[in-house]
Write a protein that binds this ligand. Structure first.
Ligand SMILES: [Zn+2]
Ligand SMILES: [Zn+2]
Length: 425
């Protein structure tokens, strides 16, 4: 493994940076509940003399340094994901940083600290956005959170996008842990899939499971038939679309001694192409309704729009790639991958030139119970160096930022987007 030298400030700060990373990893909180994480970040900002801090919603934070153009936005996520059995899971909630979002925060805070020094000689603005609630989980809580008026949408970045929070930035730089990843140290330009969230409820009729099962209509059987149908539909999936249908049963009946009257299945339907996503979603709905009908029951389906597919800005990625090459060789950089993961950065990328690069240094896979940091230099220090190098290069070449902006075309209008958001439920 080849690796370049770090910015002298990052080299000097690295023990403090790793300690911050460990602290953030140790307080995993689910989306819209990132209060301790928020307070830790606010305390760090105060301790390090940052004073242009705005709060967004209950847990979001925006920090600004510098002034004028170009204006570069940095994005760090804050939330954890339910990962029962993870050694650092919160004992009460089961949440752990198994998607590595805490590491984004530590990297970006260190980057901001170094950039503040670098920007004493430069013109331009850097804004760091801490965005809550990326993982699409804990849905019942979020429904209530939205009902109480604390947010409008399930995903943190979607609220910020609709409120125009990113509008001050010309380009947006985001990054994400790759988990354990054989053969590569970084990724650049990875496209992400989009998804629709569904809750399918199979309705039957309860009766005594032993005395008169003939009087019942079994909702669990409807689900089993539907699962078989989805399996059969998989032969119609085209490989390059990377379609996925995956879910969990959240209710499998009411009591063992009765024929199951209600079964609730939550799932994601994913695909790379927005039109294909809608067609696949319709196929799944049809299978659910007909499988229920075949056994004498019904299925009702409610949907929420998830994340849109993410296509990264190629011009901006060239700058990231150049900065990665200060630390590695091309063979160690995964380029143009089509990951079936999704993120609400996909929605942001429809309206802004945005990128998300990947970094390694972890044991275990993302969302797995063994996902943890094993190489702190690789996880924290090297990505911070890449962020600092990329941002200073953009600040030194405002014309490059202008070209990136001029070449960028939004994927849709805000009105079309609003229709997509509100079409779900
Ligand atoms: Zn995740
Ligand atoms: Zn993630």
């Amino acid at each position: 493994m080849e690796t370049g030298t770090l910015h002298p400030m990052i080299e000097a700060d690295k023990e403090e940076l790793y300690a911050l990373g460990r602290k953030m990893f140790a307080i995993p909180e689910l989306g819209y509940k990132e209060y301790r994480t928020r307070d830790l970040i606010l305390a760090w900002l105060q301790e390090h003399g940052f004073d242009r801090i705005e709060r967004y919603g209950e847990t979001g934070i925006i920090v600004t340094i510098g002034s004028g153009r170009p204006s570069i936005g940095l994005i760090a996520e804050m939330d954890a994901i339910p990962t029962p059995g993870h050694p650092q899971a919160d004992p009460e909630t089961g949440a752990a940083h198994s998607c590595g979002h805490s590491t984004q925060g530590a990297i970006m805070l260190e980057s901001l600290k170094v950039l503040r020094e670098e920007m004493k000689q430069r013109t331009g603005t850097v804004k760091l956005y801490f965005t809550p609630a990326e993982e699409f989980t804990d849905i019942a809580f979020r429904r209530e959170y939205i009902r109480s008026g604390k947010a409008k949408y399930f995903s943190g970045k979607i609220n910020m996008l609709m409120d125009g929070i990113f509008d001050d930035s010309d380009v947006l730089i985001h990054l994400h842990a790759m988990g354990r990843y054989e053969g590569h140290r970084f990724s650049v330009g990875s496209a992400l899939a989009g998804f629709v969230y569904k809750e399918i409820t199979f309705h039957g009729t309860a009766s005594h499971a032993a005395v008169n099962p003939d009087k019942g209509v079994n909702a669990l059987n409807m689900f089993a038939l539907f699962q078989a149908a989805v399996g059969m539909l998989r032969e119609t999936f085209v490989d390059e679309d990377k379609n996925r249908v995956h879910g969990i049963i959240v209710k499998g009946g009411s009591t063992v001694n009765s024929i199951p009257d209600e079964v609730v299945y939550e799932c994601y339907v994913r695909s790379f192409k927005p039109d294909n996503l809608l067609a696949l979603s319709a196929k799944i709905d049809q299978a659910a309704r007909h499988c229920a009908a075949a056994l004498g029951g019904t299925a009702t389906i409610s949907e929420l729009p998830g994340d849109l597919p993410f296509y990264q800005n190629e011009d901006l990625n060239k700058v990231i790639y150049r900065n990665m090459l200060r630390h590695t060789v091309p063979a160690e950089i995964l380029t143009d991958e089509r990951s079936v993961a999704a993120g609400d950065i996909g929605d942001v990328g429809c309206f802004f030139p945005a990128v998300q690069f990947g970094y390694t240094g972890f044991e275990g896979y993302c969302h797995g119970r063994s996902m943890c940091v094993i190489d702190e230099r690789e996880v924290y220090a090297v990505p911070a160096d890449i962020v600092v190098g990329t941002v200073t290069e953009l600040l030194d070449h405002p014309e490059e930022v202008e070209t990136i902006k001029a070449n960028f075309r939004p994927a849709m209008t805000k009105e079309e987007y609003l229709r997509h958001l509100e079409g779900g439920e």
